[in-house]
Ligand binder design. Structure first.
Ligand code: UD1
Ligand code: UDP
Length: 368
């Protein structure tokens, strides 16, 4: 048996790692251990419960309003201790959070080979998104297996000098998770109006804190005032920087509904019910196109260039005026809307996790 530790720190890592964990558990050679770094507490637990994953270790690192330096230190120490106790043959990390960067470093210091799931995403700008671009560059520099979701992610890695033999274009495991979830009949537990269009909103990026998030919320406020028959639903990220802006700007608007983060199945159900999505999320840019839902991305840059090129996602920046103009033109123009709502995703086919398991089987199962 080979021991393989899969690490999950935040909500999106757990969503995208869950199908990989399940695929690896079916391999007779694999002794799979799950380490919950718990950079997120409640939102991580929501996903673990949904996918029936019970962690073998839990680092309990989350603190309210955590800062990146202390978080990194807790993650390095906690994961290092777990690796010293478990002595894994390989470690898998997913994405570009601080968990990924710190845990990869702890594994590297112990010379444990690292598999990076969702490797090679880049904007080329260390400030956008911050600190995720740096996190994924560092994890990528340390990884032994680069599981790239697309050909352009592979090209980014080749451009940084990664050997072609270490890069595997697997597609994105988020579509595996989405397909496993999307067909369930779920009631998200929300009171939503039966008539009118549903506009779904999420926002949480660090580089948007302060003035940008206020501009984004003001744009939503104007849109809600101009489109009173439409309903705006905003599951608010529990980061205090996000909650404060949302609660102050939307107070008193009858067609803007704020709610706590939904569990993944509930959120997928709400995405399916929505007309369009306004978001700065990474994962939603991958999932929503597969459900035929246009995404207006409230960021300056995106690493999901494939979706922009396919015209299923549009980058609209963070100025109030542009967000209002771009959203209103999509709400008013059914032809432009139809051109975006095509139900195609450049990101996956539901087989990404199996491809990752097959590659690890080839490379690990026969090692003595
Ligand atoms: C983190 C990741 C980001 C990822 C996002 C997914 C970093 C630096 N950021 O951002 O890349 O896109 O997760 O959502 O790795 N909190 C809770 N409960 C939770 C989760 C968060 O209360 O379940 C609050 C805490 O006060 C915490 C704060 O949110 O300190 C920020 O959490 P943190 O993980 O540092 O940043 P995110 O914005 O969630
Ligand atoms: N999501 C969720 N509940 C919510 C909002 C989002 O389950 O209330 C899911 C969403 O479907 C996607 C993931 O969380 O799979 C994206 O997480 P987030 O936007 O926090 O992080 P990012 O993808 O930007 O790193």
């Amino acid at each position: 048996m080979k021991k393989i530790v899969c690490v999950v720190g935040t909500r999106p890592e757990a969503i995208k790692m869950a199908p990989v964990i399940n695929a690896l558990k079916l391999q007779p050679w694999a002794d799979v251990r799950v380490l919950a770094a718990a950079q997120h507490r409640q939102m991580l637990d929501q996903v673990l419960i949904l996918f029936d994953i019970v962690p073998d270790g839990d680092m309990h690192v989350m603190q309210t309003k955590q800062n990146l330096t202390d978080l990194t230190a807790r993650l390095l120490l906690g994961s290092g201790k777990f690796f010293d106790e478990e002595k894994p043959d390989a470690v898998l990390v997913q994405g570009d959070t601080t968990t990924v960067m710190a845990v990869a470093l702890a594994a590297f210091y112990r010379q444990i080979p690292i598999g990076h799931v969702e490797a090679g995403l880049r904007t080329g700008d260390l400030s956008n998104p911050f600190p995720e671009e740096a996190n994924r560059v560092i994890a990528g520099r340390l990884a032994r297996w680069h599981f790239a979701p697309t050909r352009s992610a592979r090209a980014n890695l080749l451009g940084e000098g990664v050997s072609d033999a270490d890069i595997f274009v697997t597609r994105n495991t988020v579509i595996d998770a989405l397909l496993a979830t999307a067909n369930r009949e779920i009631d998200a537990g929300l009171q939503l109006p039966v008539n009118g269009r549903l506009i779904l909103i999420t926002c949480h990026r660090r580089e948007n804190f302060g003035a940008p998030i206020r501009r984004i919320c003001k744009a939503i406020r104007q849109l809600a005032e101009n489109n009173t028959k439409d309903h705006f639903l905003y599951p608010v990220h529990p980061n205090p920087n996000v909650m404060e802006a949302a609660e102050s700007i939307f107070a008193g608007l009858p067609n803007v509904q704020l709610c706590a983060p939904l569990d993944y199945a509930g959120f997928v159900a709400v995405m399916r019910r929505s007309y369009l999505i306004i978001s700065d999320s990474g994962g939603i840019q991958e999932e929503a196109p597969a459900l035929g839902k246009p995404v207006l991305v409230v960021r300056e840059k995106t690493e999901r260039s494939e979706a922009v090129e396919e015209n299923v996602v549009r980058l609209v920046g963070t100025t109030t005026q542009r967000i209002v103009a771009e959203t209103q033109s999509l709400l008013d123009d059914p032809v432009a809307y139809g051109a975006m709502a095509r139900g195609i995703s450049p990101y996956g086919d539901g087989q990404a996790s199996q491809r990752i398991a097959d590659i690890l089987t080839r490379d690990l199962a026969s090692l003595s």
